[in-house]
Each structure stands twice: as C-alpha cells, then as structure tokens.
Write a protein that binds this ligand. Sequence first.
Ligand SMILES: NC(=O)c1ccc[n+]([C@@H]2O[C@H](COP(=O)([O-])OP(=O)(O)OC[C@H]3O[C@@H](n4cnc5c(N)ncnc54)[C@H](O)[C@@H]3O)[C@@H](O)[C@H]2O)c1
Ligand SMILES: O=C(O)[C@H](O)COP(=O)(O)O
Length: 391
Amino acid sequence: MSFKVQTFNQIAERGLNRFDPVKYQVGSDQVEPDAMLLRSQNLHDCVFNKNLKAIARAGAGVNNVPVDACSKHGIVVFNTPGANANAVKELVFCALLLASRGIVDGMRFAEGLTDISDSSVLAARLEKEKKQFAGVELYGKKLGIVGLGAIGSMVAEMALALGMEVLGFDPALSVDAAWRLPNQVQRMESLQALLGQADYVSLHVPAIEQTKNLINAENIGSFKKGAVLVNFARESIVDPHAVLAALNAGGLARYVCDFPEPEFRGRKDILAMPHIGASTLEAEENCAVMAADQLRDFLENGNIKNSVNFPPVAMPRAPGTCRLTFTNDNVSGVLGHVLSVLADLQVNVVDMMNKSRGQLAYNIIDMEAEPSAELQAAVAAVEHVIAVRLI
Ligand SMILES: NC(=O)c1ccc[n+]([C@@H]2O[C@H](COP(=O)([O-])OP(=O)(O)OC[C@H]3O[C@@H](n4cnc5c(N)ncnc54)[C@H](O)[C@@H]3O)[C@@H](O)[C@H]2O)c1
Ligand SMILES: O=C(O)[C@H](O)COP(=O)(O)O
C-alpha cells in the first residue's frame, strides 16, 4: 500500500521525515494526492481530486480549509491542537512588553543618533532623552483573555506568574480546557464586562462566523481608556477601522497584532507583525510531527485523532484481518445495510466500531479474510455511504 501526500507551505523536516519513503511519496508536486499537509495555504478555491481522503493543517486555525465541503466529500480534516500554543504565548508576552515600554521607539531613537561618534556624548544624550521612553509595568495590571483554549490558558498562566490579575471570557469553554485553567482566572459573564475592566485585552478565539468582527465599532467604546488590544488570533476577529478610530480618539492606547493592514503603516500606536505567532523551530516541528503522525495513522489504519469534522476513532488491528472503513450520512440503518452486504458476500466480521459527529458517521470494520473484489463497490453503493476504503 502506498500513498501520495501533497505539501504546501514550509513544513518542518522532522514532520516530513515521519513518512516512510517506501510507503509515501511526499512533496509539493504530488498530483491526485491521498492527503494534503499544509499550514496557512488557502484551500477555499481548491478543486479536490476524487482520491483525496484527508487534509492535515499543521497548526491550530482551520479557517483556510473549506471544512463543510470536505465533510460532504468524506474528507477528514485534522489540526494540531496546542502544538504551537507556547510559541504564541511567548509572543503575547513580548507584545505586552512592547505595548507598555518605550522599547521600539527607544531603540529607533538610539539607532538614529548616527551623527554622534563619541560614546560619552552619545551616553549623555541618551540619558537626557530617555524620559520620552518611560513606560508602565505589567505587574498588578488586569489582563482580559478572550478565548481560554490551548493558547488562552497558557497566556493566563504566564500573566499570573508576572503578577497580573487575569479576567477570562469563553462561552464555549470545553471541560478539558476548564481543567487546564488556573483557578485564579476570574470568569467574566460577558465580553462587555471584560472589556470594561481590563488594562490589556488579548484575543485567542478561532476565526469562525460568530467571531467575525468580535471587536467592532459598537463595543470598542467599552474598553477602559488607555487600554491595549493584542490580537494574535486572526485578522477577521478585529474590525481595523474601529481600532483606528479608537486609537485616533485616544480610547485605545495601542494595538499589537500579527496581521498588518496598509492603514497601519507609519503609526506608533500600532505594532503589527507578519503572522509569526507560530514561527518558532519548536512549534513548527511540533505541528509538523503531530500532523504527519495523525495522517499516517489515518491512511494506514483508518484511525482518527484531532479531526475538526470527524469523531475520534481508534481501533487496534487484530493480526491477519483486513480493514474496511466507511463514512456515511448520520442517518439510521446505514450500518445495518452495510453489514447485510458483508453477510451476503460471506464476510466474517471480527471487530467493529461506529462513531458519529454532527451530520457524519464513521465506521471501522475488521474482517477475517481478504474480501472479494466486489466488496468495496457494493458498500459504496449503499444509500448514504459517502466514502469507502479497504486498508
Ligand atoms: N498568530 C498565530 O500564528 C497563531 C498561532 C496559533 C493559533 N492562532 C489562532 O488562535 C486561535 C486559538 O488557538 P488555540 O490553539 O488556543 O485554539 P483552541 O481551540 O484551543 O481555543 C480557542 C478557544 O476559543 C473559545 N471561543 C470560541 N468562540 C469564542 C467566543 N465567541 N468568545 C470567547 N471564546 C470563544 C473556544 O471555546 C476555545 O476555548 C486559532 O484558532 C488560530 O486562529 C494564531
Ligand atoms: O493557526 C495557526 O496555527 C497559526 O496561525 C499558524 O499559522 P502558520 O502555520 O501559517 O504559521
């Protein structure tokens, strides 16, 4: 059995090395791939080949993947939860400091004194002027975190360690995420309440319909005067025009983000980085390895871990068995129908598993012997079956 994996973007070598070259052809030039492995590549206009079974996003956000269309075609979409969270947390720490101290302006000023060649004259000038670059400390200030998942919870821990007070808002918090959260985080009942109290607000929500322009012209006035907004989540979550208006009016003091806009250029109150939140050696390796391992287990065994559209499914393989997997619309009777097809073909089932998520159901069936050639087509012909594999 061999598979083709088409790659997009810069995928860390350690992840690519997880694919055994005997079983896998991996690269950006693969055509009709079984799977795609990518980072921020936009797949919304991509036409998927019939052979495509899975897409792995080496990272957290899947807004660049048409997940609903993938579900319709039975394509499993994976991401790598938490694998780059530490990298983002560290850059948020940097953002808080950049927003609070005269770091950027002070360094630019010192660099710009090119006409002074005498070091004692230079030192005297810097000492005289440094009062322009004084700032405030993070200790004792309030940080409001919107979205308390993998990144938000790490940012909360970091802020508490710095002596900040932490307020959190996350109406969709999972039980696992709640367990991870330090108990000193003060739960806010609404975004409005958080914005009204925080000195710094950091956004860590996914880019979905409900979070589009989460920070907008209506609520930007709720920020404390002089507050700082930090956005290392996604561009679409903040309305840039609302931010510019609040900065111009003196409501917001600074906006630090990972998503530059043309209108941000030349402004001292905006610090915009080129989407580098996850760009560390460690995060890139973590994401690539996790994504590659998830793809391999799915392609070779049909197991599913960390999918954003399919249920988690893992079944150990009994020696000497042959595995059938199929995806179907989550309606009653499909599994029974497939089992009767197997019975008609005299196939003995050794083990099986059936799980559903939303509109989809996914099944693994281990069979005693190699089935006859017509089995795959017979299962594919069952009403509501979307995709079938024999592995
Ligand atoms: N700048 C970067 O390079 C970079 C790197 C990693 C992730 N990200 C972005 O950060 C996002 C969060 O990453 P994560 O790993 O923490 O994801 P996560 O899924 O672990 O956490 C997201 C949290 O947001 C919460 N949430 C959803 N809707 C909300 C809303 N309306 N209000 C408040 N909370 C809400 C969820 O309940 C969840 O707890 C990603 O989706 C991605 O877009 C950016
Ligand atoms: O959602 C993510 O994981 C980040 O935005 C990272 O994107 P990148 O992999 O393109 O750096």
